[in-house]
Design a protein around this ligand. Structure first.
Ligand SMILES: [Zn+2]
Length: 499
C-alpha cells in the first residue's frame, strides 16, 4: 500500500469504518480495531493507492462526447455514413444525432462530408458532425433546416459557411462558427443527460478516479444546481468539486464552500475560473479587467483558477496576482491551469506567489508528437515543466482536461515519469518526475488544489476511504510498464464501486 502520507509512506492494511479510514498499519495493528462484524478484504498483495483525483476536467463536455458517435477512426465518407446509419436505427426520427472526431485529412476523399453525404445516411434525423479540431462542423439538410441556416444566412464575424458551387446553398460545412451554433442548439434532454452522466461516472470509477474537479468557465448557478441534483439522485458517484465562471462569483459568496461543513456526499463549490487567452493579438481579459476579477474574488476570500497556456498569459496571470497580493497579502489557494510555457524565471515568480499549478501530463502522451514538430525549440525544454515546478517548491496537481484527452490517470502518471509521447518521442526529459511524485499529482496535489487535503489525497486515519487498487506497483515496475497497469478495484467512501 502506497499511502502518500509522509507519517507512514507504506503499509499493509487499512481499516475502514463507514465512509472513513479508521486505521492504517500492518496486519497485527488491525486487531485492535476489528470485531465480530468486521469484513476483511484480502488484496492478495495488490498495490493500493489513494483514490485518484482529476483536478481539471469538464463533466458536461465529457457527457456530450459519450452520447455522440465517435467517427475518429473513419477512413472514408462511406465509413462515416455506416456509423451514422447504425446510430439512426436506435434514435427516434427527428432527434439529433451528434458525431465527433472526423478529420478531412484522414478521409480517403480528402474533403469534409457535405450535407448530401449525411442525408444519405440519416435523412430523417438532424445530424451534426464535429471536426477533431473542434473548429469545423458538417451538418445535414435536416440540421440546417432545424437551425434555420439558409442561402441568405450571414456568417458571424470570423465564421465561414461553405456553399455549393451550382446552387449557392450552404453545403453544410461550417468553419469557426461554434458560438453561432451553440446559441441555436437545444440543450440535452433530461433522460439523455442522466444516462450520459451515469456512463461518465462508471468510466471514472473504472480507472480509479474517486474525485473530479469540474473547471468550466461556462458553469454558473444552473450547472451548480444540476450537479447537486445529479449527486442527490445518485447518477454521479465520484466526489465532485465545481469551479465556476467568474460571472458566478456571487454564487460562491452565497453558498458555504468549506468542505468540512458539507454533507458527506454533496458536491463542493470552490473558486472561479478565468480564461486568459490571446484573441486578435492581445490578451483577453485585459490587464485591467483581470486585476478587477482577481481582486474581487480575492477580497471575498475566493480562489481564482486562471487558465493560462502561453508564456505571455502565464506572465499576465502572475502580474495580476502580484498586484492583488501586494495590496492584500492574505494567502488564498489561487491556481494556474495548464501553465504550458513556463521558463525558470517565471517559475520563480509563481513560487513566490505560492500558487498551485494544475498541469495535464496526458497532453505529453496524446499531443506530444505535435509539440515535438510544432513548438519552438527554445520553448520545448520547459513545456509542461512538472519537474522544475516541483523543484521550485510549487504545488502541482494532475488532471486530464477531459474531454480534451482521455482521463485514465495511469496514462498521465506514465507520461509524467517517462515524458513519452504516443508515437514514442520524448518531450522535455528534464521535466520527468519520479513515480511517487507522479502519484502525488493525482492524489495529494489535486486534493491541495481544491483545499481538500483534510479529507482526501492520502491513506491516513480520518480521511475518506477512497482507495484505488492497481494490478502492479508503479514505483516498482520499469517505467515503460506503468502504462499497462490496470485498476482492479475502486473503493469510494468505503464501498467497492468498481471491480
Ligand atoms: Zn479545461
Amino acid at each position: 500500500m502506497i499511502t502518500l502520507d509522509p507519517a507512514r509512506p507504506r503499509a499493509w492494511a487499512v481499516a475502514i469504518r463507514e465512509r472513513h479510514i479508521l486505521a492504517v498499519g500492518d496486519a497485527p495493528d488491525m486487531e485492535a480495531v476489528t470485531g465480530p462484524g468486521t469484513r476483511t478484504l484480502d488484496m492478495a498483495g495488490a498495490t493500493v493507492v489513494p483514490g485518484f483525483n482529476d483536478a481539471h476536467c469538464h463533466l458536461l463536455g465529457l457527457v456530450q462526447g459519450l452520447l455522440s458517435v465517435d467517427v475518429s477512426a473513419a477512413g472514408s465518407i462511406p465509413e462515416i455514413q455506416g456509423l451514422l446509419r447504425g446510430r439512426s436505427a436506435d434514435v427516434p426520427p427527428g432527434q439529433w444525432i451528434v458525431a465527433t472526431g472526423y478529420d478531412d485529412f484522414q478521409l480517403k476523399e480528402g474533403r469534409h462530408p457535405h450535407r448530401r453525404d449525411l442525408d444519405q445516411a440519416a435523412p430523417s434525423h438532424p445530424v451534426r458532425l464535429l471536426h477533431r479540431t473542434g473548429h469545423a462542423w458538417a451538418l445535414n439538410s435536416a440540421a440546417l433546416e432545424r437551425l434555420d441556416i439558409r442561402i441568405d444566412t450571414e456568417e458571424p464575424p470570423g465564421g465561414l459557411m461553405e456553399r455549393e458551387l451550382d446552387t449557392g446553398e450552404p453545403s453544410g460545412v461550417l468553419f469557426g462558427m461554434a458560438d453561432f451554433l451553440r446559441e441555436r442548439l437545444p440543450p440535452l434532454g433530461e433522460a439523455e443527460l442522466r444516462e450520459g452522466v451515469q456512463r461518465a461516472s462508471d468510466a471514472f470509477l473504472a480507472v480509479g478516479i474517486t474525485s473530479i474537479q469540474d473547471t468550466s468557465q461556462a458553469s454558473g448557478p444552473e450547472q451548480w444546481h444540476l450537479f447537486k441534483d445529479l449527486k442527490r439522485e445518485g447518477h454521479f458517484a465520484p466526489q465532485l468539486t465545481a469551479i465556476v465562471g467568474f460571472p458566478a462569483l456571487d454564487l460562491l459568496a452565497q453558498e458555504a464552500h468549506t468542505p468540512a461543513t458539507l454533507e458527506a456526499d454533496a458536491p463542493c463549490l470552490w473558486g472561479v475560473k478565468i480564461v486568459l487567452e490571446e484573441a486578435t493579438g492581445r490578451l483577453n481579459p485585459s490587464p485591467e479587467e483581470l486585476d478587477f476579477q482577481v481582486s474581487r474574488a480575492h477580497a471575498l476570500g475566493i480562489p481564482v483558477a486562471i487558465h493560462a497556456v502561453e508564456q505571455e498569459a502565464v506572465e499576465a496571470a502572475a502580474s495580476a496576482l502580484e498586484r492583488v497580493l501586494h495590496a492584500d497579502p492574505r494567502s488564498l489557494r489561487h491556481r494556474i491551469e495548464h501553465c504550458a510555457e513556463c521558463p525558470p524565471p517565471l517559475q520563480q515568480r509563481l513560487a513566490r506567489l505560492r500558487v498551485t499549478v494544475v498541469t495535464q501530463p496526458p497532453f505529453i502522451y496524446y499531443r506530444g508528437d505535435k509539440y515535438l514538430s510544432q513548438v519552438l525549440p527554445e520553448v520545448l525544454p520547459y513545456l509542461y515543466p512538472t519537474g522544475s515546478l516541483l523543484r521550485a517548491g510549487l504545488r502541482v496537481a494532475g488532471s486530464s482536461d477531459a474531454p480534451v484527452v482521455p482521463f485514465n490517470p495511469l496514462t498521465g502518471i506514465y507520461a509524467a515519469v517517462t515524458r513519452r509521447t504516443e508515437g514514442g518521442g520524448v518531450v522535455a526529459l528534464g521535466e520527468a518526475v519520479t513515480p511517487e511524485q507522479a502519484l502525488a499529482l493525482y492524489t495529494t496535489g489535486a486534493a491541495h488544489a481544491a483545499g481538500e487535503e483534510e479529507r482526501k489525497g492520502s491513506i491516513s486515519p480520518g480521511k475518506l476511504a477512497d482507495l484505488t487498487v492497481l494490478s502492479a506497483d508503479p514505483t516498482a515496475v520499469p517505467p515503460d510498464e506503468i502504462r499497462d497497469i490496470r485498476v482492479t478495484m475502486t473503493i469510494l467512501g468505503g464501498k467497492v464501486t468498481f471491480s
